[in-house]
Design a protein around this ligand. Structure first.
Ligand SMILES: Cc1ncc(COP(=O)(O)O)c(C=O)c1O
Length: 412
């Protein structure tokens, strides 16, 4: 048995089986590479699902975490800490609005906090969108559309109504003065990197404003530089009421945040919500280091450059229908449902990608991925698509061959 096989065997006996059998067991990371227990190196275009913004073992993050741990590792929420306060100020300055921040430990928890904020409006109804993913805790799951995730846990917290994603007219029909909030991902990640039509977010803002409902943007996956902007909603020019972030914020150290703007910032009052670890000094120091490094190294511009490189390198492949997303939040839409095969074969070529749906690949690499590393990945991906993914023309041809000819139809 190889090391990886031994560890995998131990995993299956000790770790709860919520994720299925792991692909491999990783032991080390540096920059955009990780190594498994057998010493195999992988170029990591998944980054812990849009988490390792600075790659692995980035010196700024290592220093911030170790210095903070050696100074003050944790306090209760009866007390405040400097990194907690500084990070709240920093997030508000990135948003560019007055507000207040609640710190949590994950995306789902950031969303739970936002959900509790919405309840304090005096209304309970939430409009969520088809294809959404907001997390696996019961409140976040109530807003997550996938039936397979929801069904085993029903009844979920109620008063959620559903609208099609990206359809402003449908939303217009559904939102009225009883709605507390509309929750929207500016780009849907788990659904396969789906971008709504231009003007959609502005329309969501207009509709919610008209009915006195909150606009809540879930930036857990899209936020903190991933699209080449601090937030994916920013380009739309809207000012939401609630913004939830997590994933890339801590660069691998667990942290989430619910940023409430203007009047929404005062809805939660003492005793309304809490968490032991949220706003922990080590996690907030880590997030400050991530944001600092993105600013110092001009990574927002870099993300745009490398994202364009992927587009240019993959869009013309005959098996690719379309590249969706922005910056380094990319979906590769395939003509055929072979994403899982491409993902598996990529691992065999030392490349970690992701297949969120049968016909979509997702690329969410570290924001520090170099142009050379993108080029290396493009070569491998094109090879794999050549081998495994038929083009639209080939698919059409084979379906034409299966169709009965007009002579055959006449005979039958
Ligand atoms: C948009 C969005 N919201 C919330 C979550 C849940 O975050 P977490 O897994 O940290 O609870 C995710 C995770 O993929 C996400 O993509």
């Amino acid at each position: 048995m190889s090391n990886t096989e031994q560890w995998t065997d131990r995993y299956t006996h000790a770790v709860m089986n919520t994720f299925g059998t792991p692909q491999t067991v990783l032991v080390r990371g540096e920059g955009c590479y990780v190594w498994d227990a057998d010493g195999t190196r992988y170029l990591d275009l998944l980054a812990g699902i849009a988490v390792n913004a600075l790659g692995h073992a980035h010196p700024a993050l290592v220093k911030a975490v170790s210095t903070q741990m050696a100074t003050l590792g944790h306090v209760s929420n009866f007390f405040a800490t400097e990194p907690q306060i500084s990070l709240a100020e920093k997030l508000l300055s990135l948003v560019g609005q007055e507000g207040r921040v609640f710190f949590a430990n994950s995306g789902a928890e950031a969303n739970e906090a936002a959900l509790k904020v919405t309840r304090r409006t005096g209304r309970t109804k939430i409009v969520a969108l088809h294809g959404s993913f907001h997390g696996r805790t019961m409140g976040a799951l109530a807003l997550t559309s996938k039936e397979a995730y929801r069904a085993p846990f029903e009844p979920l917290p109620g008063d959620v109504v559903w609208a099609p994603y990206g359809d402003a007219e449908a939303l217009e029909q559904i939102v009225d003065d009883t709605v507390a909030a509309v929750v929207v991902e500016p780009i849907q990640g788990e659904a396969g990197v789906i971008v709504p039509p231009d003007g959609y977010l502005a329309k969501v803002r207009e509709i919610t404003q008209r009915h006195g409902a909150l606009m809540w943007v879930d930036e857990v996956q899209s936020g903190i530089g991933r699209v080449g902007d601090w937030f994916a909603y920013s380009a739309s020019g809207v000012v939401p009421d609630l913004i939830t972030v997590a994933k890339g914020l801590g660069g691998g150290v667990p942290i989430g945040a619910c940023i409430a703007l203007d009047e929404a910032a005062a809805l939660l009052q003492p005793g309304n919500h809490g968490t032991t670890f949220g706003g922990n000094p080590v996690a907030t120091a880590a997030a400050l280091a991530v944001i600092d490094t993105i600013e110092r190294d001009d990574l927002l511009a870099h993300v745009v450059t490398v994202g364009e490189r992927f587009r240019a390198g993959l869009a013309d492949h005959p098996a690719v229908v379309e590249i969706t997303g922005r910056g380094l939040f990319l979906g590769v839409v395939l003509a055929a449902p072979v994403a899982a095969e491409v993902f598996k074969a990529a691992l065999g070529r030392g490349l970690i990608i992701n297949a969120p749906t049968p016909d979509r690949l997702r690329l969410v690499p570290p924001l520090v991925l170099t142009v050379q590393q993108a080029d290396d990945a493009i070569v491998i991906l094109r090879d794999l698509l050549d081998e495994l993914a038929p083009s639209s023309d080939e698919l059409k041809q084979s379906s034409d061959e299966l169709k009965p000819s007009s002579d055959e139809l006449k005979q039958s």
